[in-house]
Write a protein that binds this ligand. Structure first.
Ligand code: NKO
Length: 194
């Protein structure tokens, strides 16, 4: 297995926007409804919870599967795994198949995290659910739990490349939420009930 090939494959797999494709199959242009985002949250807003779960699972797979392959061939503590994780998320955010206009990367990042550390994934999911229940904002929960995951990886003593991968992914996730941050500050962000 070649490192570069696996990184390119990860980026291409990340570039498949399941939210957009599934919404289209249901006759919905996901970019023109709700927040206009292609992620699980916005699909759920328009098509219901079942579809949100489906899109979440498919988008998470795009992170999980490449990380498993990378661990198998190169190990967790390797630069290949570092770039594979970033490539999956960057593919989802800047997809070659969709004019480089993608999503916010949360579900795909959570798949990467599951591949890296199932315990950290589980704790981050719990933290995400708590934040959504307590605060009512998915965007805030997504940003908060990404940072939480990074801190957990650091505290557990994971290799510096794993911690940096998580930190860079978190910074990308926050950057992709800049419109949400503006709405949160203005008090106009979408509220949800889980
Ligand atoms: O439409 O702008 P919107 O309100 O939809 O959407 C904001 C939202 C976009 O993200 C999504 C995906 C939702 C997935 C929820 C699963 C939560 C998983 C929690 C673990 C996060 C771990 C991150 C790992 C970083 C390395 O935010």
């Amino acid at each position: 297995m070649d490192s570069v090939l696996l990184i390119v494959f990860s980026y291409l797999l990340g570039s498949i926007l399941f939210g957009e494709h599934i919404a289209k199959l249901k006759g919905v242009d996901i970019r023109s409804v709700g927040s206009g985002n292609v992620g699980a949250t916005n699909v759920g807003r328009v098509l219901g919870r079942k579809y949100a779960v489906l899109v979440f699972l498919l988008d998470a797979f795009k992170g999980f599967f490449p990380i498993l392959l990378s661990r198998l061939y190169f190990g967790l503590d390797s630069w290949t795994t570092f770039f594979v994780g970033l490539a999956c998320v960057l593919g989802h955010m800047y997809p070659i198949f969709h004019d480089f206009r993608g999503g916010k990367g949360v579900a795909t990042a959570s798949g990467v995290l599951l591949g890296v550390s199932p315990l950290t994934f589980l704790l981050s999911m719990i933290f995400w659910t708590l934040l959504v229940k307590l605060k009512g904002y998915v965007s805030l929960a997504s940003m908060g739990s990404s940072l939480f995951a990074t801190l957990l990886l650091l505290l557990q003593g994971y290799d510096y490349r794993v911690v940096f991968m998580s930190l860079f992914i978190t910074m990308l996730i926050v950057y992709r939420h800049k419109d949400n941050i503006k709405r949160l500050l203005e008090g106009t962000e979408h509220r949800v009930r889980l």
